[in-house]
Design a protein around this ligand. Structure first.
Ligand code: SAH
Length: 406
């Protein structure tokens, strides 16, 4: 897919010789030839002093061109490919890719006016993330290559022309900007004046405040999993790590009673506003999920449906063991609290925790809890967060839905 997509974008041969060249090791070249899009700094052999965010031509050790990339002077990922051919001028390619990303969403997004329009590498636009919330677009810029004034202008121009949003808002991830050595910026309106709207996903309404909240405000990557979980949900339900009520509100369509737990008061206030918007009664509990589950599991509290959607426990490879212990504890407690015939939906959004590891931890928890688990669905992120087959890092979310019995 990556190669097809790039060939169609092939530019006219150019006599431009000013694009800096960067030579990569045979290991780096092999990675690119296998369809990956990154080269780590340790696989960069030589290149003259390159200014941050430049377009570079990537060469193998024998001097053959491997295509065009953004160069980062600070990230461990020194090279992020934008094309397998030479692209002397980025503008036309950028506009073409934005168009392709929008066309892809038209094909695969259903039942929602909130979805990810552009997902960085997975749309061959490394460092650019765009989300649509009804009539508001949010933009995040995460790489030096995407941060130039001219690229920003082109992105806004193309998005405005194709999607006609009421407003466009930049959401800044200060930590990433710092890692990429980009000048600090504040989240702000880039176009229009509207900063709040209402979205509709799977028939459930959510309020959206563009200048508040985590990530870009909502967890759009779980959208298809909300609907999947609701299909099986029943009885008394518990949404652990509920944030603004994504799962809880979907469960409320089917369940007799729903409780949501989160440690963030602001998230729960937004969750309650969402419940009111949908005419639902949900009980929200502010607290540390580990403590609450521990108390409830030992005091004999029971549920028919439990959702576990914790934050990323493993941000790096080094955190994986501790993360797996965290998942084991949560899943064990949930398994103990579920009535026979109940539903467990357990998620992990850590790329470093593989699907196999999550299933392994779950199977260990099952033995300890002396329950039986039938796997109903092993799912991933919504399809508007595409997974590139040859770039495993684009797959990060796991969502396992299972039937619990004695
Ligand atoms: N399920 C949500 C997303 C969850 S994100 C949705 O679909 O929208 C993770 C949430 O966990 C955040 O809202 C964060 O505030 C909360 N959180 C983090 N640590 C926590 C803890 N120890 N106990 C309870 N909530 C916690």
């Amino acid at each position: 897919m990556y190669h097809d997509c790039m060939r169609r974008n092939e530019m006219q041969p150019s006599t431009d010789t000013t694009m800096p060249r960067v030579k990569v090791t045979p290991r780096g070249a092999t990675r690119l030839k296998a369809g990956h899009v990154w080269v780590y700094r340790s696989d960069v052999m030589a290149g003259r002093e390159i200014s941050q965010g430049s377009l570079v031509e990537v060469m193998d050790a024998r001097g053959r061109s491997l295509g065009t990339a953004f160069y980062s002077s600070s990230s461990q990922i020194a090279i992020r490919m934008i094309s397998a051919v030479r692209v002397p001028e980025f503008s036309a390619l950028l506009r073409h890719r934005i168009g392709e990303a929008i066309e892809y969403r038209k094909r695969i997004v259903q039942d929602s006016d909130a979805y990810r329009v552009i997902f960085s590498e997975a749309d061959f636009l490394p460092g650019l993330i765009v989300d649509r919330y009804n009539d508001i677009l949010t933009v995040q810029i995460l790489t030096q290559g995407m941060d130039s004034a001219s690229v920003r202008d082109e992105v806004l121009d193309e998005l405005s022309a194709r999607l006609q949003p009421e407003s466009i808002i930049e959401r800044v991830d200060a930590r990433v900007r710092d890692l990429e050595k980009l000048a600090p910026r504040a989240s702000a309106l880039l176009k229009g004046e509207k900063t709040a709207t209402t979205v509709l996903m799977n028939g459930v309404q959510f309020q959206y405040q563009a200048l508040e909240g985590q990530k870009t405000g909502a967890f759009l990557d779980q959208r298809e999993n909300y609907a999947a979980a609701a299909r099986y949900a029943l009885g008394e339900a518990l949404d652990v790590f509920c944030y603004q009520g994504g799962f809880a509100l979907h469960l409320a369509e089917r369940c007799r009673q729903v409780t949501g737990i989160d440690s963030s008061r602001a998230a729960l206030e937004a969750a309650e506003a969402n419940a009111r918007l949908n005419g639902r009664q949900i009980e929200w509990l502010e607290g540390n999920a580990f403590d609450v589950l521990k108390d409830w599991a030992s005091s004999g509290k029971r549920f028919d449906t439990i959702i576990l959607d914790p934050p990323a426990f493993a941000k790096t490879k080094q955190d994986v063991d501790a993360a797996l212990r965290g998942y084991k504890e949560l899943n064990l407690r949930a398994l103990k609290m579920l009535r026979s015939g109940g539903l467990l939906v357990t998620c992990s959004c850590s790329y470093h925790v593989s699907e196999a590891s999550l299933l392994q931890v779950l199977s260990e928890a099952v033995v300890d809890a002396r329950r039986t688990v039938r796997l109903l669905e092993v799912r991933g992120q919504s399809k508007d967060h595409p997974i590139l087959l040859n770039v495993p890092e684009t797959a990060y979310l796991k969502c396992v839905i299972c039937y619990i019995s004695d």
